[in-house]
Design a protein around this ligand. Structure first.
Ligand code: C2E
Ligand code: CA
Ligand code: CA
Length: 576
């Protein structure tokens, strides 16, 4: 037998399954021969005849060895020393070790040093040795597998699934310890990636992970990387969160302070009856309240947030009943053509209201974002479009003609492959012309998913729909992009108008926007116009249409009808 010559270096037989490698550290020739004979049918056996030999093999093949069989009495070293060194070295710490010994006394000591099992000398019958070896390797591989799925590869923190499991376990063993659920989220992590490169960004995440463990690990806290740049921490209640966050940010940036901002949401000392995941959802809600803030980085989940959450849950729960019970009502807000001396009604926007039997009138600003988060918006919008089509058809029938009405198409609707078909069917079934129903699509939808949105919008325009770009000025479309977008009308965002007319407001921007609309040869509507001053300025600048409280708030259909009657009484054609 040639010792310490790794058989891996021998060419494997073609097609042969790779055998697992076992290192036998044993100085006695006969013992080596016996063990090798027992194991060789199933494993590739590498022999080492001394401590130095064993070390050399481990240095070279640490990652490939499935098991070490270790004799305690070696000519140059004591087996226990080798065992200890193996366990201290991260490259070899995970390799299971079975000790070969005739010394009963040594067994406990070996276990303490991390041996996993024994094979007594003289050796038992081959079957027993083989069974122990097989079992040990299996157990160790299972454990590695768990470790792999349990840990995030980049930071070494727990993965989400295991994190929640261990957090729950923490509560079982520590029912009386007050604990906090924390969410840490790196602000604009994408920007960090883009500006400083992926390697730097990864390094930041690793440092954050390490800092968290250093801060809460000793007290039994655990952490996980929830998604790319979001960390969850579950730990005994902390008192100084500013110090906690400062320490993490410092660790993350090193000397480049200010490169990284992290927001921290805390759900502190929740009742243990509150589900683990709920506590983290709450911490996340808190963290999101300081998302865009430059001054605040830390937020605590509080009563007001709780009330809001309960309210939101109630709305979600009652959605279906509200649809069935026709609690959603479509209001109409007039749009005026302000080019003539006397402004003329030229259209309307359909805006939904929830007339709740107990909560009163609920504004869409509250429920639309909720429904957008979970897809219910698609059902609601279809409902609103249908009601709007029916209403327009009724007016057309009653008055012979009417003004076009625009409906809002959520960015979520834009992802629906049946959208074009649905809208076309609605208009045809309602007996309308495509020009009767305008579609408002928010600017941010275009920037989020440009290619797909543009192709959908093109299909809609080909059929004959008029597309109004909503909330223009609030998104971040570049001028280049705007120039290539398929749109028929620009609706200037209300927030933007507000900022222009505020004290020391900047009229320049408004001028630029009006010029853009002119260059694109599309009409422009200003939204949220409340005063005569705003109206006049916009008019002077060349804005074509205006919608806002100055003329009228959104009104129920019966009330809006008056605007149509007035308009028709002037005898002019009502379409823009
Ligand atoms: P939006 O599409 O930008 O609609 C304009 C909002 O401005 C409406 O709020 C309208 O009532 C309000 N508004 C109009 N003129 C003035 C004014 O002079 N001053 C002020 N302060 N506000 C004015 P509303 O009706 O609360 O709707 C809020 C948002 O909810 C809408 O913003 C729209 O994004 C969404 N929304 C409304 N109805 C629907 C719908 O049926 N489907 C979808 N997907 N979204 C809708
Ligand atoms: Ca709108
Ligand atoms: Ca708008």
């Amino acid at each position: 037998m040639i010792d310490a010559i790794p058989k891996t270096e021998m060419p494997a037989e073609p097609g042969a399954a790779r055998k697992r490698k076992i290192l036998v550290v044993e100085d006695e020739f006969v013992n080596r021969e016996i063990l090798t004979a027992m194991l060789e049918p199933e494993y590739e056996v590498i022999n080492a005849v001394s401590g130095a030999d064993a070390e050399a093999v481990l240095r070279r093949l640490a990652g490939e060895i499935s098991l070490v069989l270790l004799d305690l009495n070696l000519p140059d070293r004591h087996g226990l020393d080798i065992l200890r060194e193996m366990k201290e070295d991260p490259r070899t710490a995970k390799i299971p070790v079975i000790v070969l010994t005739s010394d009963k006394e040594a067994e406990v000591e070996c276990l303490n040093f991390g041996a996993i099992d024994f094979i007594p000398k003289p050796y038992p019958i081959p079957k027993v040795v083989q069974a122990r070896v097989r079992r040990t390797i299996e157990l160790s591989e299972d454990r590695d597998l768990i470790r792999d799925t349990e840990r995030d590869h980049l930071t070494g923190l727990y993965t989400r699934e295991y994190f929640y499991r261990y957090a729950a376990q923490y509560d079982v063993y520590n029912p009386d310890v007050a604990t906090d659920a924390l969410v840490l989220d790196v602000n604009h992590f994408q920007m960090v990636n883009e500006r400083f490169g992926k390697q730097y960004a990864d390094e930041v995440l690793i440092r954050i992970g390490r800092a968290i463990v250093a801060l809460v690990g000793a007290s039994g806290g655990i952490a996980c990387r929830r998604s790319a740049d979001m960390f969850l921490v579950y730990c005994p209640h902390l008192t100084d969160y500013q110090a906690f966050l400062d320490a993490i940010v410092t660790a993350a940036c090193g000397d480049d302070k200010g490169r990284i901002r992290i927001r921290l949401g805390v759900c502190a000392e929740a009742e243990k009856t509150v589900e683990m995941q709920t506590r983290f959802d709450r911490a996340k809600i808190a963290a999101d309240t300081v998302r865009g803030s430059f001054t605040e980085c830390i937020a605590f989940y509080d009563n007001a947030m709780h009330e809001k959450e309960i309210y939101a849950e109630r709305l979600l729960d009652e959605f279906q009943a509200a649809i069935d019970g026709k609690q959603f009502s479509v209001y109409f807000q007039p749009k005026y053509d302000v080019r003539p001396e006397k402004p003329v009604l030229c259209g309307a926007e359909a805006l939904v209201r929830w007339i709740h039997p107990e909560l009163g009138v609920i504004s869409p600003g509250i429920f639309i974002p909720l429904f957008e988060n979970n897809g219910l918006i698609r059902m609601l919008d279809r409902y609103v479009w249908r009601e709007t089509v029916l209403q327009i058809a009724e007016w057309k029938k009653k008055y012979g003609r009417t003004v076009p009405v625009s409906v809002n198409v959520s960015r979520i609707d834009m992802l629906d492959p049946d959208l074009v078909e649905t809208l076309r069917d609605l208009v045809i079934k309602g007996g309308l012309d495509f020009g009767d129903l305008h579609l408002e699509i928010t600017e941010s939808a275009y920037t989020e998913n440009a290619r797909q949105i543009i192709s959908t919008v093109n299909s809609l325009r080909e059929i004959g729909f008029v597309i109004e770009m909503d909330d223009f000025g609030s998104g971040y479309s570049s001028l280049n992009m705007i120039a290539t977008l398929p749109i028929d009308v620009l609706k200037l965002d209300m927030v933007f108008i507000r900022s222009v007319f505020r004290e020391n407001g900047n009229l320049r921007m408004l001028k630029v926007i009006v010029e853009i609309a002119e260059t694109l040869s599309v009409p422009m509507i200003a939204e949220g116009v409340e005063t005569a001053e705003q109206l006049n300025t916009l008019r002077e600048m060349g804005c074509d249409m205006v919608q806002g409280y100055y003329f009228s708030p959104p009104k129920p259909a019966v009330d809006f009808e008056k605007f149509i009657c007035d308009r028709l009484s002037t005898g002019k054609p009502a379409n823009v």
